[in-house]
Design a protein around this ligand. Structure first.
Ligand code: CA
Length: 229
């Protein structure tokens, strides 16, 4: 059905789950590498960057968060990370996104869901140059800090760009106000609500010139970025 072949690196310390993930992915023709701990996973990811890194949060030694942080600091391209986390780890999940995970799955999850997420992540990141993230007609060049939509260059302020990147990395997931605040300002979120004005400015630049709005408000929850094509 899908002819796309992915190179997936699975970093999971539970041998049974690691084996299941390998079988599942290989059954669909994907190429799988494994690591049982964070440090060797990080070394593999840096030596031969996979299309998707499936990364367990709870690992001996360097945990999933540590792997993510070091990968983001040391890799010369963006490696999409799908974090696997236990159900009780909601706080961990948020911290995971802060350190650069692109998506997460809560254990136990279905094989189909994992495959779908891997394909979506890889597609989002591998079209075009390794530093370009695409959603619909929107492309964000992380290295140059340039954003285009429908071929038109968008003029964004640095904070607007960081806001857009946070939303784009999470897309189509919704980010809450507190997640966005933490992404922009860490633990030192300003007392006033500058997020609102940054969202307003982002909308002006991103959506106003176009027929379809990509930045959606999810009432009572937060904000999400939706593909326009
Ligand atoms: Ca584990």
């Amino acid at each position: 059905m899908n002819s796309e072949v992915l190179h997936v690196l699975v970093v999971e310390d539970n041998p049974a789950l690691r084996g299941q993930l390998r079988s599942l992915l290989e059954a669909r023709g994907h190429r799988v590498e494994e690591a049982a701990d964070g440090l060797s996973g990080l070394q593999s990811a840096l030596a031969d960057p996979p299309d998707v890194l499936v990364l367990d949060l709870g690992l001996p030694g360097l945990d999933g968060l540590g792997v993510c942080a070091r990968l983001r600091a040391e890799a010369d391209r963006h490696v999409p990370v799908l974090m696997l986390t236990a159900r009780d780890g909601i706080g961990d999940k948020l911290a995971g996104f802060d350190r650069g995970a692109d998506d997460y799955l809560i254990k136990p999850f279905s094989g189909d869901e994992l495959l779908a997420r891997c394909l979506a992540l890889s597609r989002r990141h591998r079209l075009g140059a390794p530093h370009v993230l695409r959603i619909g007609t929107l492309s964000i060049d992380r290295r140059r800090g340039e954003v285009h939509r429908q071929g038109r260059r968008l003029d964004l302020q640095p904070t607007g760009l960081r806001l857009l990147l946070a939303l784009a990395e999470a897309s189509p997931r919704t980010l809450t106000r507190s997640e966005l605040n933490r992404r922009l300002w860490g633990e030192d979120a300003p007392a006033s609500d500058p997020l609102r004005s940054h969202l307003y400015l982002l909308r002006q630049a991103l959506d106003r010139p176009f027929a379809v709005a990509m930045l959606k408000t999810v009432h009572g929850v937060g904000f999400r970025l939706e593909a326009d094509a």
